[in-house]
Design a protein around this ligand. Structure first.
Ligand code: PEP
Length: 257
């Protein structure tokens, strides 16, 4: 049984005080003994410690938005996987569309980061998703397949227990346009099928596949009710307690209904 997962990607937003306040709001909504769902927040690097302190003792986990693949050395501005573990991160988002399309990360680089994160003991939220032009050209599945294959090169069956996949159509991220439940479910079923082919049916059944792209309180439950949608990765709506907490509550309601 896959446990529903609600993750917040704060991107490059907030400052120390607002980050702490938002974390406290999330922590209040998810007790340490939360039995129905998993919750995660991924603040910017400078606020990892403070946010980690604010969610400590709650059911909210801490993650980072990226990592560098080298373990240490002359890589100005970069942050290693061991550093993330050292400040209390359990998770790292990798391959987010903004890293792919704004910063220019390739599947090859993302794959190195996945390997480094897993080696350090971090769990990986691997993002994949097509551009609008890909969808219009009927290339959604081909693009997602290539991203999965490239990013998961060398990742073993056993490693996959530490990986969740986030399907995030780029045209739905930050646009207010959400994929329909049919579009999302179809892509998720495709990802699960890909996992079954690349790994096996056990890995495919156990891997959580989250949807991301303009998730809001009013569409979260419908999305998470789909058989292959195991949670949501939330950007904009994770920046406001009065939006993020209802999404957590929607997950709990779906999980317990
Ligand atoms: C994201 O950044 O992963 C995301 C899904 O953003 P938004 O919810 O704002 O579309």
């Amino acid at each position: 049984m896959r446990r529903l997962f609600v993750a917040g990607n704060w991107k490059m937003n907030l400052l120390g005080a607002s980050a702490k306040q938002l974390a406290e709001g999330g922590a209040a909504a998810v007790p340490a003994d939360e039995s129905a769902i998993d919750a995660l927040v991924c603040p910017p690097y400078p606020y990892l410690r403070a946010v980690g302190g604010a969610v400590d003792g709650s059911g909210v986990q801490l993650g980072a938005q990226d990592v560098y693949h080298e373990p240490e050395g002359a890589f100005t501005g970069e942050v290693s996987a061991d550093m993330l573990v050292d400040v209390g991160c359990g998770w790292v988002i990798l391959g987010h569309s903004e890293r792919r399309h704004v910063i220019g990360e390739t599947d090859e680089l993302i794959n190195k980061k996945v390997a480094a994160a897993l080696k350090a003991g971090l769990k990986v939220m691997l993002c994949v998703g097509e551009l609008l032009s890909d969808r219009e050209a009927n290339q959604t599945e081909a693009v997602v397949d290539a991203q999965l294959a490239g990013s998961l090169e060398g990742v073993s069956d056993a490693d996959m227990a530490q990986v969740a996949v986030a399907y995030e159509p780029v045209w739905a991220i930050g646009t207010g346009v959400t994929a329909s439940k049919e579009q999302a479910e179809s892509a998720h079923a495709h990802v699960r099928n890909w996992l079954a082919g690349r790994y096996n049916s056990e890995v495919a059944e156990a891997t959580r596949i989250l949807y991301g792209g303009s998730v809001k309180p009013d569409n979260a439950a419908e999305l998470m009710s789909q058989p292959n949608i195991d949670g949501v990765l939330v950007g904009g709506a994770s920046l406001k307690t009065d939006l993020f907490v209802p999404i957590i509550e929607a997950a709990r309601q779906v999980a317990t209904s």
